[in-house]
Design a protein around this ligand. Sequence first.
Ligand code: XUL
Length: 543
Amino acid sequence: MALYLGFDSSTQSLTALVLEVDDDAKRIVFESAIEFDRELPEYGTVHGVLPDSDPAAAVSSPLMWADALDRMMQRLAGGDLDLSRLAAISGSAQQHGSVYLNARAANGLAALDPARPLAGQVAEMLARPVAPIWMDTSTSVECAEIAEAAGGAAAVAQRTGSRPFERFTGPQIRKFFKRDPAAYATTDRIHLVSSFMASLLAGGHATLDPGDGSGMNLMDLEAGRWWTPAIDATAPALAGRLPSLASSSAIVGRLSPYWQRRYRLPPARVVAWSGDNPCTLVGTGLVREGRVAISLGTSDTIFGLMRTPRVDPSGTGHVFGSPTGDYMGLTCFKNGSLARERVRDAFGMTWDAFSRALDASPPGNDGRILIPWFEPEITPSVAVGGERRYGLAADDAPGNVRGVVEAQQLSLALHSRWMGVDIREIHATGGASVNRAILRVMADVFGADVIPFDVANSAALGAVLRAYHADRLADARPIEWDAVVADIAEPGDRGRIAPDARRHALYRDLLRVYEACEAHALGRGPDPEPAIAAWPAKHGNPL
Ligand code: XUL
């Protein structure tokens, strides 16, 4: 009965899961989290971020992450699990964040003193005390400079999977080099949070996987190698400062003597860590093309596995590497929960009343469209918020309730087309996925089965399953990804909603109307009113 350990070093906490595998039956036998603000207050973070005078900046503390790892290992070793059975460890980390180490790190990581806490020893290896993280939006100038020098934003997107984005690592590195060239000069290695944490475990510089490497605007997505034009556009002599790229299943080393002596742990395999989105792909069972997850949260997100690395021509979506060796597409919509809440609150409804209003209104909303950009939108890119209504009165409660829900689902469908995936099954997660009336619209718009999937800790679960998969591979006993996720990272059949063929046909028509309204709202298309006026004659009462 082997044990596997998976971490999730996220923005606000470090989570650990231990998976026990017995004749291929899997179960989670340990689960624990350290919340940074509460349990490590000495680092002074607020929601995992250090206060900064620049509201666009978002940095955190690599020492806090190291400290959390040390404390979590102590907690684990102090429990009643027989850790001599620990076979392999991997992890997930918030994407894009970067850690700057000096030349002392290479030897220092291998020679950590087990009698002393980790953080104090790592402090001597930092070339920069803070790590910029994914919430940072301060690098618009650097994004423009990189795009210009590397052949344009579209060329960068085509090669790296995303146009230059403020939070991506390349623009962050460029900003650091420009602001503090002396500290850049002392930087010997720039890790992502994922490869930094793996390096701490393995006692030496770890490799970086393509899942996280593709969040940097520096990696040639298809070749899985650093892309020289982007490297040259970012900062001088950068190539020698980056980790080596290797497969997500790479064994980066054995748990170092530091951990073995400090907590009497075995020399377990350390498997490359990856980003939280690639890990979540595994942790939500999306290991084959045709399944996607839609997360209905503060923002709405759609993501899924792609066999081929198609890139979003509109420049809003991302393509990352998948731990399976494939690719994953991800598109994010800012007007998620907030937009639903705005409509609910405008009519003084409870969520129950909202669902009843949705159920009582006709699918297709008589061809009327609400464009729900209450706030500035990411997809499509809209700088100044402001909702738009086509054929829909602002005081029509059921019309607006149906309007916001249909618009969001139509927009999800429209702006995930670039992935080129024939979607047959949707795993619905996030707060609003408990609302079956919304999920019914989702099933009918996509013409796909929708299964609600309550996925706490999906990134950590993905990480621990990756550790299991890589360990089997290293033992020359490879296991299929379908078998890896079976019975543990799949939603089962409970609550499955099948699409209705008639309503799906109706929504295929409505998608064209929505697309025309969106183009008009963006100032890129003619007035769509004629299409809306023609709707009742064409569809009558579809209920
Ligand atoms: C993805 C992104 C976030 C972080 C959250 O591009 O910025 O999902 O990975 O940790």
